[in-house]
Write a protein that binds this ligand. Structure first.
Ligand code: PEP
Length: 269
């Protein structure tokens, strides 16, 4: 059975009250789905709220109402800085994420790379620091539209991944996943073809092997995933989940994607 992970990236949406309400709706929906379908195979579910809403989400997860379902959801940071503490205004460290209830962090999202000018080396340093501190890392890579048109997709993925392999600390195995997120597919409604996602995933795994990463490396797809198209990604052999932006902001659509992941895992058994 293929293990699946679905990450909801809430980006710069939801104040604490909105985050609490959204998480409650997701938890209630999950409880309901579990009543219908039993205990599995459910995907691992992560939500990455803005840092300022992590405390509200942590409180929500402690609510007795969700005692039966709470194990099913983890909180993740949307980003993480490479130093543990110091004079870095606006930055959030891995130990801070851990203390705020996160077990995972998204690193190198294309919005960080593009808008905040984060370099490949910086993304790799962030991943290293997060892994060293004990977080699991979802490391994002993906090409721009022009790069795809020029046939440079695989070269871009290699360039983005390269600094990572030499920086990975001992014991990272099983705590790193790659999210293949073509930039042109993020928030545009122009999702990649499942076959292209499969090709990218196979390439990423091969790069990991060449880079000396031991063992299996899960690859997720991200870019305009919806309840309607999610099943097609979960059916291709090398995709083990999804990173979801827009469709994670409504409980109904996020739950639809979780349901598709459950079916995808079931179908692969
Ligand atoms: C994302 O935020 O990484 C993402 C894939 O967004 P969307 O699902 O909205 O394309």
């Amino acid at each position: 059975m293929k293990p699946m992970t679905v990450v909801g990236n809430w980006k710069m949406h939801t104040n604490p009250a909105e985050a609490r309400a959204l998480l409650r709706d997701i938890l209630r929906g999950l409880t309901h789905l579990r009543e219908i379908h039993g205990s599995g195979p459910w995907p691992r579910v992560l939500v990455a709220p803005p840092f300022t809403s992590l405390a509200a989400c942590q409180e929500t997860l402690r609510d007795d109402e969700f005692a039966e379902t709470v194990w099913a959801i983890h909180l993740a940071g949307q980003d993480v800085f490479w130093e543990a503490e110091g004079a870095y205004t606006g930055a959030i460290s891995a130990p801070m994420l851990l203390a705020s209830g996160c077990r995972e962090a998204v690193v190198g999202h294309s919005e960080r790379r593009r808008i905040f000018r984060e370099t490949e080396e910086e993304a790799a340093k962030k991943a290293k620091a997060a892994l060293e501190a004990g977080l699991e890392v979802f490391f994002c890579v993906g090409e721009e539209e022009k790069e795809r048109e020029r046939g440079e997709t695989l070269a871009v993925l290699r360039r983005q991944l390269e600094p990572l392999w030499s920086l990975l600390p001992e014991g990272s195995q099983g705590r790193l996943a790659i999210a293949y997120e073509p930039v042109w597919a993020i928030g545009t409604g122009k999702a990649a073809q499942p076959q292209d996602a499969e090709e990218a995933a196979l390439f990423i795994r091969e790069e990991a092997r060449k880079g000396g990463y031991p063992g299996d490396l899960p690859v997720l797809y991200g870019g305009s995933v919806t309840p309607e198209n999610a099943g097609a990604y979960f059916q291709v052999p090398s995709i083990q989940g999804a990173l979801v932006g827009g469709a994670s902001l409504k409980a109904a659509s996020f739950l639809g994607i979780l349901e598709a992941a459950r079916k995808g895992a079931e179908g692969s058994s």
